[in-house]
Design a protein around this ligand. Structure first.
Ligand code: ADP
Ligand code: ADP
Length: 222
């Protein structure tokens, strides 16, 4: 059975200029452990789709189920990575990863240590965000999103702000995480090379807003 099930998903925005249909009749089924990348030109609705799955936007029509349950809001079963890391500047690396949980708790401390190893930030536990490179900061954001072992990791152009070298390094870090943790990944990008390199299945969205009837997905030999 599918981990993520989307059917007849419609989403429109009302603006002073009128109604924009961002998503129309979207249908998508994702199995546990898949690495899905979503590509399509700017404005086709990629971010909107991801935010709906994340439960960050609940104003839509249709079925959006994660582990058989209709998504009704954000929660620990979903991890979200934005283009910018959005770290707390007043917290250290380990503080940012633990977020609102206490590092005084041995279980949490151990989990944070484990994640620091996973994203290869050993030695930077006590560093502050201003002391980190862009790639390192994004690794902290990934670790934070994984803290409570979400069923799915949702990534919205997470490497879009990074230089080419760092970006390719981060792709390897992410693939390692996927292979080690078997976390289901849903990764939005407008970079077709990145989409094809990372995914075991590429989802392609139509260019024209409102004209999206069916999205196409292509399985890649992994
Ligand atoms: P993408 O991520 O593929 O670039 P988006 O999901 O951001 O596309 O946007 C899809 C469509 O919805 C676009 O036409 C965009 O202008 C519109 N849209 C997105 N967010 C809003 C919003 N908050 N208010 C009004 N329109 C929006
Ligand atoms: P990333 O690809 O994660 O951005 P970089 O290519 O910037 O990493 O750096 C590679 C390695 O160099 C890092 O993993 C880290 O060990 C070290 N490094 C990078 N920036 C700093 C820094 N500001 N202070 C100390 N070490 C750093």
């Amino acid at each position: 059975t599918a981990l993520l099930e989307i059917a007849q998903l419609d989403k429109s925005f009302e603006t002073p200029k009128g109604v924009t249909q961002a998503l129309k009749d979207i249908r998508l089924s994702v199995k546990e452990g898949e690495f899905i990348t979503v590509i399509g030109p700017s404005g086709c609705g990629k971010s909107t789709l991801l935010k709906i799955i994340a439960g960050l936007d609940t104003q839509h029509e249709g079925v959006v189920k994660l582990a058989q349950e209709q998504v009704s809001g954000p929660g620990i079963d979903k991890g979200f990575i934005f283009q910018e890391p959005r770290l707390f500047p007043w917290l250290t690396v380990e503080g940012n990863i633990a977020a609102n949980l206490s590092l005084k708790d041995a279980t949490i401390r151990q989990r944070v240590q484990e994640l620091i190893r996973l994203v290869r930030l050993e030695g930077f536990e006590k560093s502050y965000p201003r002391e980190l490179s862009g790639g390192m900061a994004q690794r902290v954001a990934i670790a934070r999103a994984l803290l409570r072992r979400p069923k799915v990791l949702l990534l919205d152009e997470p490497f879009g702000a990074l230089d080419a070298f760092t970006r390719s390094h981060m792709q390897e870090v992410l693939l390692d995480i996927w292979q080690e943790n078997k976390t289901t990944m849903m990764f939005v990008t407008h970079d077709i090379d990145e989409a094809i390199y990372l995914a075991n299945r590429v989802v392609i969205m139509n260019a024209r807003p409102g004209s999206i009837k069916r999205i196409v997905s292509i399985d890649l030999p992994y």
